[in-house]
Design a protein around this ligand. Structure first.
Ligand SMILES: C[S@@+](CC[C@H](N)C(=O)[O-])C[C@H]1O[C@@H](n2cnc3c(N)ncnc32)[C@H](O)[C@@H]1O
Length: 243
């Protein structure tokens, strides 16, 4: 995902892209089937940053943002479907793996999204999701993050934060999924220039962030880059298996 050069307050990033003729507006009447045998569904694929790592495997990307799908297409990823994760245009048991990077925290209703992920997997198929988390942090991490929040003028929170903090097995169970692994890890993001800073800020998924806040956050990231090794990024990886 990336910011456009300008990011006017109150506008969604989608507003910036002229998509006329670039993507199907609707899901095709016969959605492509991602055949078993290593097939991967990239759920909420965005601009498909996972695509290079998945190349060589049958792939299908799904997202509700035409702008993000246009970027994914420019990257060479495909097929791509403009569709809601809570109503997937894919056959039952049609993919071996569902990957979902940095999106499970925002997609609602979460039970419906998980139910669909479970439906398109066959027994034994896997859902692997990466979501932001509050920890682990260490040392001065909280200070660097507090500076970022001050620059953004807001906290960073997502619709499914509360649900994801509750014990997961029951939530997954309702979707026919069994929790196989749940782990957290602290990464460090180093910004070498404005492009890196924008990439980091776009990954926070804060649509409508005012331009002055975006600039303040960029300044903060520059400061961090000057005096510190990088920003802490605590992530959680959830792996579930279809029953
Ligand atoms: C933070 S981005 C992550 C994108 C990509 N997976 C990545 O790692 O860069 C979240 C994505 O979720 C998509 N999204 C939000 N709600 C969705 C929904 N209900 N169904 C499908 N995609 C959705 C957004 O359009 C956006 O591209």
């Amino acid at each position: 995902m990336r910011f456009p050069a300008q990011y006017p307050a109150g506008k969604r990033r989608d507003d910036h892209h002229d998509l006329a003729g670039r993507l199907p507006r609707r899901v095709p009447p016969r959605p492509p089937r991602c055949h078993r045998g290593g097939g991967v569904l990239d759920l909420a694929c965005g601009s498909a940053p996972l695509w290079p790592a998945l190349r060589g495997r049958p792939y299908v990307g799904v997202d509700t943002s035409p702008a993000e799908l246009a970027l994914a297409r420019d990257r060479g990823a495909g097929p791509l479907l403009l569709s809601d994760a809570a109503a997937l245009p894919l056959a039952t048991g049609s993919v071996d793996t569902v990957v979902c990077a940095m999106a499970l925290q925002i997609m609602t209703p979460l039970p419906g999204v998980l139910a669909e992920a479970g439906r398109v997997l066959p027994p034994g198929g896997r859902l692997v999701a990466l979501v932001p988390d509050r920890g682990p942090l260490r040392g001065a991490d909280p200070l660097w993050l507090a500076g970022l929040l001050a620059a953004l003028g807001r906290t960073i929170g997502y619709p499914n934060d509360t649900a994801l903090r509750r014990p997961l097995p029951r939530l997954l169970d309702a979707a026919g999924l069994r929790l196989a692994d749940d782990r957290r890890c602290r990464f460090v993001y180093r910004t070498a220039g404005p492009a890196d800073a924008d990439l980091f800020l776009s990954s926070l998924y804060l649509p409508g962030l005012p331009v002055r806040r975006l600039r303040a956050a960029r300044r903060w990231l520059r400061t961090v880059a000057r005096v510190h090794a990088g920003l802490p990024v605590p992530l959680r990886r959830i792996t579930a298996v279809r029953r």
